[in-house]
Design a binder for this molecule. Sequence first.
Ligand code: SAM
Length: 245
Amino acid sequence: MTLPATAAERAATYWNAPETVRDFASLTAQPYLVEILARYAGDLTGPALDLGCGGGRNTVALLEHGCTVVAVDLHQAMVEATREATAHFADGLVTVRQGAAHAVPADDDTFALAVCYGVLHNAPTPQQFTASIAELARVLRPGAVLALNTFTADSLDPQLRPGETAGQYVLPDDVPMTLLPTEEILAALAAVGLRPEGDVHTYVRDLDVGPRAVLRCELRLDASTGDGTGTGTGGSDGEDVSRNA
Ligand SMILES: C[S@@+](CC[C@H](N)C(=O)[O-])C[C@H]1O[C@@H](n2cnc3c(N)ncnc32)[C@H](O)[C@@H]1O
């Protein structure tokens, strides 16, 4: 008898599929990330984290900006793709690990910069989404910067059906994801001391899987927790790989 696949197995089937890996491995870093790295990477006092590294494009961009990088992805095929994409960099500059956003394989207060693009909304539950935000705050040093983008609930694709709990939505292939309103995400970030620095961009992207609302911003971790929030609007960036904010 074939047992039904769990949600985690269905997600792994998608992310480990050769065509998914190939799509992400073929991308280069978004121009806005290159601009962000030019702003921040020069005067870092510690290593950088690429959480949910996919095919490795942002890890490569971090390395090209002089960072030492730890890249983490839940799915083994993505880990291997990032290893391959970064193989030409000198030994010791990059470590690629398999691990989950809600249990980052790193010590407290390790990173001076983190990039987390297109990852948080893959949490199957809002609890895991919030746990991932807490993990980012845990592994960042006080004063460190987080470059974040994630899908939100600000505009919902009719193909998504509501899940069992508020904030959970289910994709047509039965993989759950978490979509929260921008204000709620910013409040969860502020609750662990991560506050937007500069503009907070919110926009809708037309992807091949359907329209997705995106939150994109940089945040700085303060030394203590708080609950301030902020929001604004920004433009679209015109790239269209599935499930990629
Ligand atoms: C949309 S891709 C983005 C990849 C990369 N950040 C980029 O911008 O190209 C999402 C990545 O998150 C990974 N991922 C999904 N859920 C994860 C989790 N809970 N923890 C860590 N990585 C996860 C997937 O395997 C995939 O590589």
